[in-house]
Design a protein around this ligand. Structure first.
Ligand code: URP
Ligand code: ZN
Ligand code: ZN
Length: 466
Protein backbone atom coordinates (compact mmCIF):
# COMPACT_ATOMS: atom_id res chain seq x y z
CA UNK A 1 0.00 0.00 0.00
CA UNK A 2 1.10 3.57 -0.65
CA UNK A 3 -0.15 4.90 2.66
CA UNK A 4 -1.52 3.56 5.92
CA UNK A 5 -3.30 5.56 8.57
CA UNK A 6 -2.85 3.80 11.86
CA UNK A 7 -4.16 3.92 15.40
CA UNK A 8 -7.19 6.15 14.81
CA UNK A 9 -10.88 5.70 15.52
CA UNK A 10 -12.75 5.28 12.24
CA UNK A 11 -16.14 7.00 12.28
CA UNK A 12 -18.84 6.47 9.68
CA UNK A 13 -22.50 7.46 9.53
CA UNK A 14 -23.37 4.20 11.26
CA UNK A 15 -20.34 3.08 13.24
CA UNK A 16 -17.22 3.87 15.22
CA UNK A 17 -14.32 1.44 15.62
CA UNK A 18 -10.56 1.27 16.02
CA UNK A 19 -8.87 0.34 12.73
CA UNK A 20 -6.02 1.14 10.37
CA UNK A 21 -6.81 2.22 6.82
CA UNK A 22 -4.75 1.14 3.83
CA UNK A 23 -4.64 3.26 0.69
CA UNK A 24 -3.41 2.47 -2.81
CA UNK A 25 -3.75 4.62 -5.95
CA UNK A 26 -5.97 7.09 -4.12
CA UNK A 27 -8.51 4.51 -2.98
CA UNK A 28 -9.17 2.70 0.29
CA UNK A 29 -8.06 -0.90 -0.24
CA UNK A 30 -7.93 -2.30 3.29
CA UNK A 31 -9.44 -1.61 6.69
CA UNK A 32 -8.02 -3.69 9.55
CA UNK A 33 -5.36 -4.05 12.18
CA UNK A 34 -1.57 -3.87 11.89
CA UNK A 35 -1.52 -2.59 8.30
CA UNK A 36 1.74 -1.53 6.70
CA UNK A 37 2.59 0.62 3.72
CA UNK A 38 5.25 2.80 2.12
CA UNK A 39 4.12 5.78 4.16
CA UNK A 40 2.44 5.87 7.55
CA UNK A 41 0.40 8.54 9.29
CA UNK A 42 -0.11 8.02 13.02
CA UNK A 43 -3.69 8.91 13.96
CA UNK A 44 -3.49 7.82 17.60
CA UNK A 45 -5.98 9.85 19.63
CA UNK A 46 -7.66 11.16 16.48
CA UNK A 47 -10.94 10.44 14.74
CA UNK A 48 -10.74 9.33 11.11
CA UNK A 49 -13.77 10.74 9.30
CA UNK A 50 -14.90 10.65 5.67
CA UNK A 51 -13.75 13.97 4.19
CA UNK A 52 -16.25 16.76 4.61
CA UNK A 53 -18.55 17.44 1.66
CA UNK A 54 -19.95 20.95 1.59
CA UNK A 55 -22.91 20.70 -0.77
CA UNK A 56 -23.68 24.43 -0.91
CA UNK A 57 -20.95 26.95 -1.71
CA UNK A 58 -20.80 29.94 -4.04
CA UNK A 59 -17.47 30.66 -5.72
CA UNK A 60 -16.63 33.28 -8.33
CA UNK A 61 -20.27 34.03 -9.09
CA UNK A 62 -21.01 37.34 -10.79
CA UNK A 63 -23.58 39.61 -9.11
CA UNK A 64 -26.15 41.91 -10.68
CA UNK A 65 -24.41 45.07 -9.43
CA UNK A 66 -20.89 43.94 -10.31
CA UNK A 67 -19.76 43.26 -6.73
CA UNK A 68 -17.01 40.67 -6.84
CA UNK A 69 -17.12 37.64 -4.57
CA UNK A 70 -14.24 37.30 -2.15
CA UNK A 71 -13.46 33.74 -3.20
CA UNK A 72 -12.68 32.15 -6.51
CA UNK A 73 -12.02 28.45 -6.88
CA UNK A 74 -8.41 28.57 -5.63
CA UNK A 75 -9.06 30.46 -2.40
CA UNK A 76 -12.50 28.92 -1.82
CA UNK A 77 -11.22 25.36 -2.08
CA UNK A 78 -8.11 26.31 -0.07
CA UNK A 79 -10.42 27.43 2.71
CA UNK A 80 -12.53 24.30 2.30
CA UNK A 81 -9.51 21.99 2.55
CA UNK A 82 -8.17 23.75 5.64
CA UNK A 83 -11.61 23.29 7.21
CA UNK A 84 -11.58 19.51 6.70
CA UNK A 85 -13.44 19.26 3.38
CA UNK A 86 -12.41 17.12 0.44
CA UNK A 87 -15.29 17.94 -1.92
CA UNK A 88 -17.35 21.08 -2.45
CA UNK A 89 -20.41 21.61 -4.60
CA UNK A 90 -20.50 25.15 -5.99
CA UNK A 91 -22.98 26.54 -8.51
CA UNK A 92 -22.78 27.36 -12.19
CA UNK A 93 -25.12 30.35 -12.33
CA UNK A 94 -26.97 30.99 -15.59
CA UNK A 95 -27.22 34.70 -16.38
CA UNK A 96 -30.62 35.50 -17.92
CA UNK A 97 -30.30 35.19 -21.69
CA UNK A 98 -27.26 32.92 -21.44
CA UNK A 99 -27.22 29.38 -22.71
CA UNK A 100 -26.90 26.92 -19.84
CA UNK A 101 -24.22 25.00 -21.71
CA UNK A 102 -22.02 28.08 -22.14
CA UNK A 103 -22.57 28.91 -18.47
CA UNK A 104 -21.25 25.47 -17.49
CA UNK A 105 -18.25 25.94 -19.77
CA UNK A 106 -17.52 29.31 -18.13
CA UNK A 107 -17.44 27.76 -14.67
CA UNK A 108 -15.22 24.93 -15.84
CA UNK A 109 -12.78 27.49 -17.18
CA UNK A 110 -12.78 29.17 -13.76
CA UNK A 111 -12.37 25.90 -11.85
CA UNK A 112 -10.18 23.67 -14.02
CA UNK A 113 -6.69 23.34 -12.56
CA UNK A 114 -7.53 25.76 -9.74
CA UNK A 115 -8.89 23.54 -7.00
CA UNK A 116 -7.43 22.10 -3.82
CA UNK A 117 -10.47 19.88 -3.27
CA UNK A 118 -12.68 17.88 -5.59
CA UNK A 119 -15.58 19.82 -7.05
CA UNK A 120 -19.00 18.85 -8.37
CA UNK A 121 -21.27 21.51 -9.85
CA UNK A 122 -24.93 22.26 -9.32
CA UNK A 123 -26.59 24.42 -11.96
CA UNK A 124 -28.67 27.52 -11.20
CA UNK A 125 -31.52 27.92 -13.67
CA UNK A 126 -32.68 31.53 -13.99
CA UNK A 127 -33.98 31.54 -17.55
CA UNK A 128 -36.03 28.41 -18.28
CA UNK A 129 -36.59 29.04 -21.99
CA UNK A 130 -37.98 26.26 -24.19
CA UNK A 131 -34.41 25.66 -25.43
CA UNK A 132 -33.10 25.34 -21.85
CA UNK A 133 -35.95 23.10 -20.69
CA UNK A 134 -36.25 21.02 -23.82
CA UNK A 135 -32.63 20.50 -24.79
CA UNK A 136 -29.89 21.99 -22.64
CA UNK A 137 -31.06 20.81 -19.24
CA UNK A 138 -31.76 17.21 -20.31
CA UNK A 139 -28.38 17.02 -22.06
CA UNK A 140 -26.57 18.42 -19.02
CA UNK A 141 -28.29 15.95 -16.68
CA UNK A 142 -27.08 13.16 -18.98
CA UNK A 143 -23.57 14.61 -18.67
CA UNK A 144 -23.71 14.33 -14.86
CA UNK A 145 -25.03 17.76 -13.80
CA UNK A 146 -27.86 16.11 -11.92
CA UNK A 147 -28.90 18.88 -9.52
CA UNK A 148 -30.04 22.42 -10.12
CA UNK A 149 -31.14 25.29 -7.94
CA UNK A 150 -34.08 27.59 -8.51
CA UNK A 151 -34.92 30.80 -6.69
CA UNK A 152 -38.30 32.03 -5.48
CA UNK A 153 -36.86 35.48 -4.76
CA UNK A 154 -34.18 38.01 -5.87
CA UNK A 155 -35.11 40.31 -8.79
CA UNK A 156 -32.52 38.87 -11.16
CA UNK A 157 -33.00 35.20 -10.26
CA UNK A 158 -36.65 34.65 -9.30
CA UNK A 159 -38.83 32.16 -11.18
CA UNK A 160 -42.60 32.50 -11.16
CA UNK A 161 -44.84 29.56 -10.27
CA UNK A 162 -45.37 28.53 -13.89
CA UNK A 163 -41.61 28.46 -14.43
CA UNK A 164 -41.04 26.51 -11.23
CA UNK A 165 -43.55 23.90 -12.36
CA UNK A 166 -41.85 23.67 -15.76
CA UNK A 167 -38.45 23.12 -14.17
CA UNK A 168 -39.88 20.53 -11.76
CA UNK A 169 -41.40 18.72 -14.72
CA UNK A 170 -38.01 18.45 -16.46
CA UNK A 171 -36.41 17.28 -13.22
CA UNK A 172 -38.98 14.50 -12.91
CA UNK A 173 -38.51 13.42 -16.51
CA UNK A 174 -34.70 13.49 -16.35
CA UNK A 175 -34.47 12.14 -12.78
CA UNK A 176 -32.64 15.21 -11.56
CA UNK A 177 -32.89 16.91 -8.18
CA UNK A 178 -34.12 20.49 -7.74
CA UNK A 179 -32.81 22.62 -4.89
CA UNK A 180 -35.21 25.37 -3.92
CA UNK A 181 -34.42 28.74 -2.39
CA UNK A 182 -37.78 29.21 -0.73
CA UNK A 183 -38.57 32.82 0.21
CA UNK A 184 -41.63 34.66 -1.09
CA UNK A 185 -40.48 37.47 -3.38
CA UNK A 186 -43.55 39.70 -3.21
CA UNK A 187 -43.80 39.49 0.57
CA UNK A 188 -40.13 40.48 0.90
CA UNK A 189 -40.56 43.39 -1.54
CA UNK A 190 -43.65 44.56 0.34
CA UNK A 191 -41.91 44.46 3.73
CA UNK A 192 -38.81 46.14 2.29
CA UNK A 193 -40.86 49.06 0.97
CA UNK A 194 -42.67 49.43 4.29
CA UNK A 195 -39.42 49.44 6.27
CA UNK A 196 -37.76 51.91 3.90
CA UNK A 197 -40.79 54.22 4.15
CA UNK A 198 -40.27 54.28 7.91
CA UNK A 199 -36.57 55.08 7.45
CA UNK A 200 -35.56 51.64 8.68
CA UNK A 201 -32.69 51.07 6.29
CA UNK A 202 -29.90 49.66 8.52
CA UNK A 203 -28.67 46.09 7.87
CA UNK A 204 -30.68 44.91 10.89
CA UNK A 205 -33.92 45.41 8.95
CA UNK A 206 -32.85 42.89 6.32
CA UNK A 207 -33.88 40.29 8.89
CA UNK A 208 -37.34 41.81 9.23
CA UNK A 209 -37.85 42.15 5.48
CA UNK A 210 -36.94 38.50 4.98
CA UNK A 211 -39.57 37.42 7.51
CA UNK A 212 -39.91 33.81 8.50
CA UNK A 213 -43.54 33.91 7.31
CA UNK A 214 -42.29 34.59 3.77
CA UNK A 215 -39.96 31.60 4.03
CA UNK A 216 -42.70 29.40 5.43
CA UNK A 217 -45.13 30.36 2.67
CA UNK A 218 -42.62 29.75 -0.11
CA UNK A 219 -41.56 26.45 1.44
CA UNK A 220 -45.15 25.27 1.43
CA UNK A 221 -45.66 26.50 -2.14
CA UNK A 222 -42.53 24.68 -3.35
CA UNK A 223 -43.68 21.51 -1.59
CA UNK A 224 -47.13 21.79 -3.18
CA UNK A 225 -45.62 22.25 -6.64
CA UNK A 226 -43.37 19.24 -6.08
CA UNK A 227 -46.35 17.17 -4.94
CA UNK A 228 -48.29 18.22 -8.03
CA UNK A 229 -45.48 17.12 -10.33
CA UNK A 230 -44.46 14.18 -8.10
CA UNK A 231 -40.78 15.07 -7.99
CA UNK A 232 -38.31 15.05 -5.09
CA UNK A 233 -36.89 18.43 -4.06
CA UNK A 234 -34.41 19.81 -1.55
CA UNK A 235 -35.37 22.88 0.46
CA UNK A 236 -32.00 24.53 0.99
CA UNK A 237 -30.79 26.78 3.82
CA UNK A 238 -33.81 26.29 6.09
CA UNK A 239 -33.51 28.96 8.78
CA UNK A 240 -36.12 28.31 11.44
CA UNK A 241 -39.04 26.55 13.03
CA UNK A 242 -41.79 27.66 10.64
CA UNK A 243 -40.34 26.42 7.31
CA UNK A 244 -39.05 23.33 9.12
CA UNK A 245 -42.58 22.46 10.19
CA UNK A 246 -43.67 22.61 6.54
CA UNK A 247 -41.01 20.03 5.71
CA UNK A 248 -42.21 17.81 8.53
CA UNK A 249 -45.78 18.26 7.27
CA UNK A 250 -44.69 17.08 3.82
CA UNK A 251 -42.68 14.14 5.13
CA UNK A 252 -45.63 12.99 7.27
CA UNK A 253 -47.57 12.70 4.01
CA UNK A 254 -44.87 10.64 2.37
CA UNK A 255 -43.61 13.40 0.08
CA UNK A 256 -39.96 13.27 -0.97
CA UNK A 257 -38.83 16.56 0.46
CA UNK A 258 -35.20 16.78 1.53
CA UNK A 259 -33.86 19.55 3.71
CA UNK A 260 -30.63 21.40 4.34
CA UNK A 261 -29.68 23.77 7.11
CA UNK A 262 -26.47 25.72 7.64
CA UNK A 263 -24.04 26.95 10.31
CA UNK A 264 -25.57 30.44 10.54
CA UNK A 265 -28.89 29.05 11.75
CA UNK A 266 -27.33 27.43 14.81
CA UNK A 267 -24.54 29.92 15.52
CA UNK A 268 -26.08 33.35 14.75
CA UNK A 269 -29.33 35.16 15.50
CA UNK A 270 -31.17 38.17 14.04
CA UNK A 271 -29.63 40.26 16.82
CA UNK A 272 -26.22 39.89 15.20
CA UNK A 273 -27.53 42.03 12.34
CA UNK A 274 -27.86 44.97 14.75
CA UNK A 275 -24.11 45.48 14.66
CA UNK A 276 -22.78 47.28 17.70
CA UNK A 277 -25.49 49.92 17.79
CA UNK A 278 -27.63 49.43 14.69
CA UNK A 279 -24.46 50.27 12.75
CA UNK A 280 -23.12 48.88 9.50
CA UNK A 281 -21.25 46.08 11.30
CA UNK A 282 -24.55 44.23 10.97
CA UNK A 283 -23.90 43.88 7.22
CA UNK A 284 -21.37 41.16 8.10
CA UNK A 285 -24.33 38.91 8.92
CA UNK A 286 -26.65 39.76 6.02
CA UNK A 287 -27.63 36.56 4.28
CA UNK A 288 -30.86 35.04 3.02
CA UNK A 289 -32.73 33.59 4.69
CA UNK A 290 -31.38 35.52 7.68
CA UNK A 291 -30.54 33.99 11.07
CA UNK A 292 -33.62 33.90 13.34
CA UNK A 293 -34.02 33.60 17.14
CA UNK A 294 -33.22 31.22 20.01
CA UNK A 295 -36.50 29.34 19.51
CA UNK A 296 -35.64 28.67 15.88
CA UNK A 297 -32.14 27.59 16.84
CA UNK A 298 -33.64 25.05 19.24
CA UNK A 299 -35.98 23.82 16.49
CA UNK A 300 -33.07 23.46 14.05
CA UNK A 301 -31.15 21.38 16.60
CA UNK A 302 -34.17 19.14 17.01
CA UNK A 303 -34.35 18.78 13.21
CA UNK A 304 -30.65 17.95 13.01
CA UNK A 305 -31.14 15.23 15.61
CA UNK A 306 -34.37 13.68 14.36
CA UNK A 307 -33.53 13.50 10.65
CA UNK A 308 -35.70 16.37 9.42
CA UNK A 309 -32.44 17.72 8.01
CA UNK A 310 -30.54 15.46 5.66
CA UNK A 311 -27.56 17.71 5.19
CA UNK A 312 -25.66 20.52 6.90
CA UNK A 313 -23.90 22.98 4.58
CA UNK A 314 -22.22 26.36 4.83
CA UNK A 315 -23.91 28.35 2.03
CA UNK A 316 -20.47 29.96 1.77
CA UNK A 317 -21.11 33.15 -0.18
CA UNK A 318 -18.31 35.55 0.75
CA UNK A 319 -18.27 39.32 0.22
CA UNK A 320 -15.66 41.48 1.85
CA UNK A 321 -16.92 44.02 4.38
CA UNK A 322 -14.60 46.69 3.00
CA UNK A 323 -15.60 49.10 0.22
CA UNK A 324 -15.38 46.45 -2.49
CA UNK A 325 -18.05 44.17 -1.02
CA UNK A 326 -20.82 44.82 1.44
CA UNK A 327 -19.97 48.36 2.55
CA UNK A 328 -20.68 50.60 -0.42
CA UNK A 329 -22.35 54.05 -0.59
CA UNK A 330 -25.44 52.42 -2.10
CA UNK A 331 -25.59 49.73 0.60
CA UNK A 332 -25.48 52.51 3.21
CA UNK A 333 -28.78 53.87 1.80
CA UNK A 334 -30.70 50.62 2.34
CA UNK A 335 -30.17 47.07 3.53
CA UNK A 336 -31.65 45.92 0.23
CA UNK A 337 -28.40 46.83 -1.54
CA UNK A 338 -26.14 44.88 0.84
CA UNK A 339 -24.89 41.78 -1.01
CA UNK A 340 -26.47 38.71 0.55
CA UNK A 341 -24.16 36.02 1.83
CA UNK A 342 -21.53 35.21 4.42
CA UNK A 343 -18.35 33.12 4.42
CA UNK A 344 -18.33 29.73 6.19
CA UNK A 345 -16.82 26.85 4.22
CA UNK A 346 -13.85 26.64 6.60
CA UNK A 347 -15.84 26.92 9.83
CA UNK A 348 -18.82 24.65 8.98
CA UNK A 349 -17.35 21.41 10.32
CA UNK A 350 -15.76 22.89 13.47
CA UNK A 351 -18.99 24.72 14.37
CA UNK A 352 -21.23 21.67 14.00
CA UNK A 353 -18.72 19.42 15.75
CA UNK A 354 -18.20 21.80 18.66
CA UNK A 355 -21.81 22.91 19.14
CA UNK A 356 -23.21 19.50 18.25
CA UNK A 357 -20.88 16.64 19.17
CA UNK A 358 -18.75 18.28 21.87
CA UNK A 359 -21.83 19.70 23.60
CA UNK A 360 -23.67 16.38 23.39
CA UNK A 361 -26.47 17.53 21.07
CA UNK A 362 -25.76 15.06 18.24
CA UNK A 363 -23.78 11.85 17.94
CA UNK A 364 -20.56 11.45 15.98
CA UNK A 365 -22.46 9.27 13.49
CA UNK A 366 -25.03 11.98 12.91
CA UNK A 367 -22.22 14.51 12.41
CA UNK A 368 -20.70 12.33 9.69
CA UNK A 369 -24.08 11.69 8.08
CA UNK A 370 -25.01 15.38 7.94
CA UNK A 371 -21.67 16.66 6.71
CA UNK A 372 -20.40 13.95 4.37
CA UNK A 373 -22.39 10.76 3.79
CA UNK A 374 -25.80 12.31 3.18
CA UNK A 375 -24.56 15.07 0.87
CA UNK A 376 -22.77 12.37 -1.15
CA UNK A 377 -25.92 10.24 -1.29
CA UNK A 378 -28.24 13.11 -2.11
CA UNK A 379 -26.13 14.41 -4.98
CA UNK A 380 -25.15 11.07 -6.47
CA UNK A 381 -21.50 10.95 -5.36
CA UNK A 382 -21.86 7.98 -2.99
CA UNK A 383 -20.12 5.56 -2.39
CA UNK A 384 -17.10 7.00 -4.20
CA UNK A 385 -17.42 9.94 -1.80
CA UNK A 386 -18.82 10.20 1.72
CA UNK A 387 -17.84 6.79 3.02
CA UNK A 388 -14.94 4.89 4.53
CA UNK A 389 -15.17 1.59 2.70
CA UNK A 390 -13.09 -0.62 0.44
CA UNK A 391 -13.06 0.89 -3.05
CA UNK A 392 -14.07 4.40 -1.97
CA UNK A 393 -11.85 7.40 -2.69
CA UNK A 394 -9.39 7.86 0.16
CA UNK A 395 -10.93 11.19 1.15
CA UNK A 396 -10.37 11.41 4.89
CA UNK A 397 -10.24 14.02 7.61
CA UNK A 398 -8.23 13.39 10.74
CA UNK A 399 -9.97 15.15 13.60
CA UNK A 400 -8.76 16.11 17.06
CA UNK A 401 -11.90 16.11 19.22
CA UNK A 402 -10.10 17.71 22.17
CA UNK A 403 -8.33 20.60 20.44
CA UNK A 404 -9.82 23.84 21.74
CA UNK A 405 -9.27 27.25 20.22
CA UNK A 406 -11.48 30.12 19.08
CA UNK A 407 -12.31 30.93 15.46
CA UNK A 408 -10.12 33.81 14.33
CA UNK A 409 -10.19 35.58 10.98
CA UNK A 410 -6.39 35.81 11.12
CA UNK A 411 -6.15 32.01 11.03
CA UNK A 412 -8.59 31.42 8.17
CA UNK A 413 -7.71 30.80 4.54
CA UNK A 414 -10.65 32.32 2.70
CA UNK A 415 -10.47 35.48 0.62
CA UNK A 416 -12.90 37.32 2.86
CA UNK A 417 -11.73 40.00 5.31
CA UNK A 418 -13.89 38.86 8.23
CA UNK A 419 -15.65 35.86 9.69
CA UNK A 420 -19.13 36.19 11.20
CA UNK A 421 -17.99 33.66 13.82
CA UNK A 422 -15.04 35.70 15.16
CA UNK A 423 -14.10 34.62 18.69
CA UNK A 424 -16.45 31.65 18.85
CA UNK A 425 -14.93 28.97 21.11
CA UNK A 426 -14.54 25.65 19.32
CA UNK A 427 -13.67 22.24 20.74
CA UNK A 428 -12.76 19.85 17.95
CA UNK A 429 -10.77 20.81 14.84
CA UNK A 430 -9.54 19.05 11.73
CA UNK A 431 -5.79 18.45 11.86
CA UNK A 432 -5.21 16.81 8.47
CA UNK A 433 -7.26 16.63 5.27
CA UNK A 434 -6.48 13.85 2.81
CA UNK A 435 -7.82 13.87 -0.77
CA UNK A 436 -7.53 10.59 -2.68
CA UNK A 437 -4.57 9.63 -0.47
CA UNK A 438 -2.75 12.97 -0.73
CA UNK A 439 -2.51 15.32 2.24
CA UNK A 440 -3.99 18.67 1.18
CA UNK A 441 -4.11 20.47 4.54
CA UNK A 442 -2.43 20.18 7.94
CA UNK A 443 -3.37 22.11 11.09
CA UNK A 444 -5.46 24.69 9.26
CA UNK A 445 -2.98 25.34 6.43
CA UNK A 446 -3.08 23.92 2.91
CA UNK A 447 -0.26 21.87 1.50
CA UNK A 448 0.68 22.13 -2.17
CA UNK A 449 -0.84 23.94 -5.11
CA UNK A 450 -4.50 24.11 -6.19
CA UNK A 451 -4.08 21.60 -8.97
CA UNK A 452 -5.06 18.33 -7.33
CA UNK A 453 -8.82 18.79 -7.27
CA UNK A 454 -10.87 16.78 -9.75
CA UNK A 455 -14.24 17.63 -11.21
CA UNK A 456 -16.66 14.88 -10.30
CA UNK A 457 -20.11 14.27 -11.71
CA UNK A 458 -23.21 12.99 -9.99
CA UNK A 459 -25.55 10.16 -10.86
CA UNK A 460 -29.28 10.48 -10.40
CA UNK A 461 -29.80 6.96 -9.10
CA UNK A 462 -29.85 7.85 -5.40
CA UNK A 463 -33.00 9.94 -5.58
CA UNK A 464 -34.86 8.65 -8.61
CA UNK A 465 -38.62 8.89 -8.21
CA UNK A 466 -40.44 5.57 -7.98
O1 URP B 1 -27.48 35.09 1.33
C1 URP B 1 -27.19 34.09 0.70
N1 URP B 1 -27.51 32.90 1.14
N2 URP B 1 -26.55 34.19 -0.43
C2 URP B 1 -26.20 33.14 -1.25
C3 URP B 1 -27.17 32.89 -2.31
C4 URP B 1 -28.21 31.93 -1.85
O2 URP B 1 -29.34 32.28 -1.86
O3 URP B 1 -27.88 30.82 -1.49
ZN1 ZN C 1 -30.34 30.42 -1.78
ZN1 ZN D 1 -26.52 29.72 -1.36
Amino acid sequence: MDLVITGGTVVTASDSYAADIGIRDGCIVQIGQGLEGAERIDATGLLVLPGGIDAHVHLDQPTSDGTVMADGFASGTRSAAAGGNTTVLPFALQIKGQSLRSCVEDYHRKADGNCHTDVSFHLIVTDPTPQVLGQELPALVQDGYTSFKVFMTYDDLVLNDAELLDVFEVARRERALVMVHAEGHDAIKHLTRRLEDMGRTAPFYHGQAHAQIAEREATHRAISHAQLIDVPIVIVHVSGRDPMEQIQWARARGLKVHAETCSQYIALTADDLRGLNMDFEGAKYVCSPPPRDADSQAAIWQGLRDGTFDIFSSDHCPFRIDGTGKDTPRARTSFKWVPNGIPGVETRLPILFSEGVSKGRISLQRFVALTSTNPARLYGLYPQKGSIAIGADADLTLWDPTLTRPIRQTALNHGCDYTPYEGMDITGWPVRTILRGQTIAVDGKVVGTPTGGHLVRGTSEAFSPE
